[in-house]
Design a protein around this ligand. Structure first.
Ligand code: SF4
Length: 456
């Protein structure tokens, strides 16, 4: 079966000039695919190795620590062996941009911790960066083929989705959103047994020298799916739960219990306990009304429930809650000593910069982030202050607040308007300024309860 599969992969590889992009998450299915592709290429003659194969892994910057170091090690070993043997493989990591990471979204903008029904994280942290990589290759090469480790037997829904994308009689499926990208799923017909039989053959050793028995051990005690590098939205939707195994983010609140962290701690990695404590706390505070705005991010107001039971819906985390979460995260960072990597950080410096920027835009005129940092670490952030520094001195802020009170003007609204004005400072043509003012002034939340009959 494996020999036939390798032959199939070679045939598809030789059939055209389109480069391949292989998604590798560190989990079992994508490991099978990477290994099969490697073996297939190794079996070809040098003159047949006519096109590039990119192996990409996503790093959400909140990956479970030991998993991401194992992915890094694997990518490096694959890359080294490919260079030694002349196989045209290039390994890459794709990451979310600083404005879309877990922390800049949650602590910076106030996105509530992800749940199954509001799973904003996979798009922002995995799909968008992977799609950007693919589109870049599409513009370079015209078309690309994405090679994914998806299997029909994983779920009936997934099998249906894959079927609906299949072009009859063809090995490649259409990508649901990216034109000029095609999907090749070489292990679509593999059962779970096929996966493990292959991975554990040859005593579990991969061509690049890692041991699949370690991968097998990671799957013990962890059930459910993984959060793979999914590069097709439709296939993602059919993937069911995400983060229920050891291959997801340590911050994942989509699942009730983080089996990944618990499993690692139980197997002796006690240093991860602060991470688990933080993750559980984050999950618990999610729906506390006091920590959430009563309007959506775009300012619209909505209700949940009916009649007497009716109450205002929950919006993003309030600025105060976000400050509290950042402080708790920094305290967790202070209490976490990763024995394998002394420089390990839970949040990166450019994310802190982005959070500060978002907070200033949201009216945090006290510029709280450096103060919170100093409170936790008893030292200052080593930052150059540029033009995002606060606009007013403290006494001016107090005067403005008093004036707003006197004239019954919402202080937060005023801060928003001043923030918009500041965004246009220095532009000769300030096209869009009035529209931006209008957008803010017309939000539900500004008028709610103040205009008769409005959303009563
Ligand atoms: S593991 Fe959880 S937090 Fe991470 S991308 Fe998947 S669903 Fe989101």
């Amino acid at each position: 079966m494996i020999e036939n599969k390798i032959k199939d992969i070679q045939d598809v590889f030789l059939a055209d000039e389109r480069p391949w992009v292989v998604g590798y998450s560190g989990g079992k299915d994508s490991t099978v695919v990477v290994q099969l592709v490697f073996e297939a290429l190794r079996g070809l003659k040098p003159e047949q190795l006519h096109k590039k194969v990119f192996i990409i892994s996503s790093d959400t910057l909140v990956e479970t620590p030991l998993i991401i170091s194992s992915i890094n090690k694997t990518l490096l070993q694959i890359q080294n062996l490919a260079l030694e043997t002349g196989i045209p493989i290039e390994t890459h990591k794709v990451k979310p941009t600083a404005d879309k990471t877990f922390w800049s979204s949650l602590i910076g903008k106030g996105y509530p911790s992800p749940r199954q029904k509001f799973r904003w994280c996979t798009d922002r942290m995995k799909i968008d960066p992977a799609n950007k990589f693919i589109l870049d290759k599409v513009s370079q090469f015209g078309e690309v083929i994405m090679v994914l480790g998806v299997r029909d037997s994983e779920s009936a829904t997934r099998a249906q989705v894959m079927e609906s994308h299949t072009i009859s009689g063809k090995t490649l499926m259409r990508h649901s959103t990216l034109t000029n990208a095609y999907v090749y799923a070489p292990i679509r017909d593999f059962s779970l047994d096929d996966v493990w039989n292959y991975l554990l053959s040859n005593q579990g050793l991969t061509p690049w020298g890692t041991d699949n028995n370690e991968l097998h051990a990671l799957y013990q005690n962890s059930s459910g799916g993984e959060c793979p590098l999914i590069v097709d939205k439709d296939i993602k939707e059919s993937a069911g739960s995400c983060g229920n195994s050891r291959f997801g983010c340590w911050t994942c609140t989509v699942v009730k219990e983080d089996k990944a962290l618990i499993g690692f701690i139980e197997s002796g990695e006690a240093w991860m306990k602060p991470l688990l404590g933080f993750r559980n706390w984050l999950s618990n505070i999610r729906d506390e009304r006091d920590y959430r705005e009563k309007h959506r991010m775009n300012g619209s107001v909505y209700f949940i429930g009916e009649g007497e039971e009716r109450e205002l819906g929950l919006g993003p985390f309030t600025l105060e809650a976000r400050k509290m979460i950042l402080e708790e995260l920094l305290v967790t960072q202070k209490n976490t000593q990763n024995p394998y990597d002394p420089d390990y950080k839970l949040i990166q410096e450019d994310e802190l910069r982005m959070i500060r920027k978002y907070w200033l835009e949201d009216g945090d005129w006290d510029d709280s982030l450096p103060t919170i940092y100093r409170k936790v670490f008893s030292e200052d952030l080593d930052w150059e202050y540029d033009d995002d520094r606060p606009m007013f001195e403290q006494d001016q802020i107090t005067d403005l607040e008093l004036l707003c009170n006197q004239h019954d003007v919402d202080f937060d609204l005023l801060k928003k308007l001043v923030g918009i004005e500041k965004n246009y400072l220095g532009f000769k043509v300030r096209r869009g300024l009035l529209q931006d003012f209008n957008r803010v002034l017309n939000q539900d939340k500004v008028h709610f309860g103040k205009v008769d009959g409005y959303k009563q």
